[in-house]
Ligand binder design. Structure first.
Ligand SMILES: Nc1nc2c(c(=O)[nH]1)N[C@H]1C(S)=C(S)[C@@H](COP(=O)(O)O)O[C@H]1N2
Ligand SMILES: [Mo]
Length: 461
């Protein structure tokens, strides 16, 4: 899907000039640029106003790769390709603005690119790559930079006995491969519901997914280099760039305590759903530490650091991916030293069928289904309510296919009359913890919203 196209010399020159043009527009996302004034946006971005025929020629020459570079993210792509090198369709709605290889995602930001999946498109047992959310903090590397043959992974850090550099072929040949279905969820998923609102991507429910990943255990690599006794944390560095374009700044570099990195399901992955990792999801190599905020699952992985202290990389410190150590009133400013790092994500569930807003015939039962997950724990029970939480019915809940895979549930609901109903889903974890029906504890950055998902059903006689 993300196969590189043949590059002609002409296309390479074009790429160079595009990246120059792009830097002039550094401060503004292309989506916004086009929303404001599509015609002049075309001119600013491409240096000319194009006609449909010249555009077609351009696409044939340098293709998706050039668009990737121009947009500073992986290939946002317009569905219908009307006039304009970058179609004026970008200016209209999110529906007209598509990311290459994706289907029906909602774009929240295009610089950096962030897009979430509507709940009804997360219905698959295993999330296909076309439906996995995208969360970038910076500018991903280009297709040219992520070849499997040239890529190296360095392992070093204060608590690393013998720093080493591995080629991908070595990782594949020397260590045992594992394929597991593992859930990742952005720490900010659900942020849009908090009040007072928190800055950042206004995720609703769609920054979660559960694809099948293939790779090796992080533990096997750590043991290969040797871990000193004072090791505390394992962190990643990736090959994406800071939004400013400054090569000395990093967009994100996070990590996990060493025990989490040593778990059976913490992987260095090169594959997703039986194919090579798509560029947008971290090709050619990424970390997966499931059940924790997905920000610990570093994409475009180029370095693993074994640290003798809690990692202090970009977005590890300050207020990033942290919540108040003690509960605070909504709207409170909290000092950095009173913020604690988020570890396991809380219990949560999603209704993936039917889509909210369906009409349903009164005389038939309606089979509702979805998934549930619980960070490092598992889900023990799943309840549905059709009366705003007054009464709850227990759904049929399956076991995870492996630890850290989400669990599927379903239940036949019989509505007592025609009219407007809401179906609410509430999961309970293996420690007896439940999803809140209203909202969990407010926090300044709007993390960890695991409130019940609800859909609307109009029942007709
Ligand atoms: N190198 C790198 N790794 C990264 C990020 C990033 O911006 N750069 N974003 C993180 C965050 S915040 C999330 S939620 C997940 C998103 O993974 P996905 O885009 O494959 O869904 O990747 C994480 N890993
Ligand atoms: Mo995230």
């Amino acid at each position: 899907m993300f196969k590189q196209e043949t590059m002609t010399q002409k296309a390479l020159n074009r790429l160079k000039s595009l990246s120059k043009t792009k830097s002039k527009n550094n401060s503004i996302g292309i989506h916004k640029l086009y929303a404001d004034d599509p015609i002049s946006a075309d001119k600013k971005t491409w240096g000319r106003v194009s006609s449909p025929s010249t555009r077609r020629g351009f696409l044939k020459n340098s293709g998706l790769l050039a668009m990737t570079t121009a947009l500073g993210s992986s290939i946002p792509f317009a569905k219908n390709m009307p006039a304009g090198l970058i179609p004026a369709a970008f200016s209209q709605t999110n529906d007209a603005f598509e990311i290459y290889g994706k289907e029906g995602l909602k774009i929240l930001n295009d610089r950096p690119l962030n897009a979430e999946t509507p709940a009804h498109l997360l219905d698959d047992a295993v999330t296909p790559s076309s439906r996995l959310f995208v969360r970038n903090n910076g500018i991903p590397p280009s297709m040219l930079e992520v070849s499997q043959d040239d890529w190296v992974l360095k392992v070093e850090g204060e608590s690393c006995e013998n720093p080493k550099t591995y080629k991908i072929s070595e990782l594949k040949n020397r260590f045992k491969s594992h394929t597991l279905q593992l859930q990742i969820e952005c720490g900010g998923n659900g942020r849009s519901e908090f009040y007072p609102p928190a800055k950042g991507n206004q995720w609703s429910t769609g920054a979660v997914g559960c694809p099948e990943w293939s790779g090796i255990r992080i533990r096997d690599i750590l043991e290969d280099v040797g871990i000193k006794n004072d090791a505390v944390y394992v962190a990643y560095e990736g090959k994406d760039r800071h939004l400013s374009g400054d090569p000395n700044k990093r967009s994100i570099s996070r990590g996990v305590p060493i025990w989490k990195a040593m778990e059976d399901e913490s992987l260095i992955a090169w594959g997703m759903n039986g194919e090579d990792l798509p560029l947008i999801h971290g090709a050619p190599l990424r970390m997966i530490c499931p059940g924790w905020p997905a920000s610990v699952s570093g994409k475009w992985l180029s370095k693993i650091l074994i640290r003798d202290q809690i990692h202090d990389g970009e977005k590890m410190t300050g207020q990033s991916y942290r919540v108040p150590c003690e509960p605070v009133a909504p709207g409170t400013k909290v000092a950095d030293e009173d913020m604690c790092i988020i570890e396991s994500m809380p219990v949560k569930s999603l209704i993936t069928f039917p889509r909210s807003g369906v009409n349903h015939e009164l005389k038939r039962p309606l089979r509702i289904r979805g998934h549930a997950w619980a960070g490092d724990l598992s889900v023990k029970k799943l309840f549905l309510s059709i009366d705003f939480g007054s009464t709850w019915q227990e759904a049929l809940l399956g076991d995870p296919i492996n630890r850290f895979a989400w669990q599927h549930w379903s239940h036949d609901v019989i509505f007592p009359s025609q009219g407007y109903y809401e179906v609410w889903a509430r999961a309970e974890d293996s420690n007896g913890g439940s999803q809140p029906v209203v909202l969990p504890q407010w926090n300044p950055r709007g993390y960890l919203n695991n409130a019940c998902h609800r859909i609307a059903v109009q029942v007709k006689a």
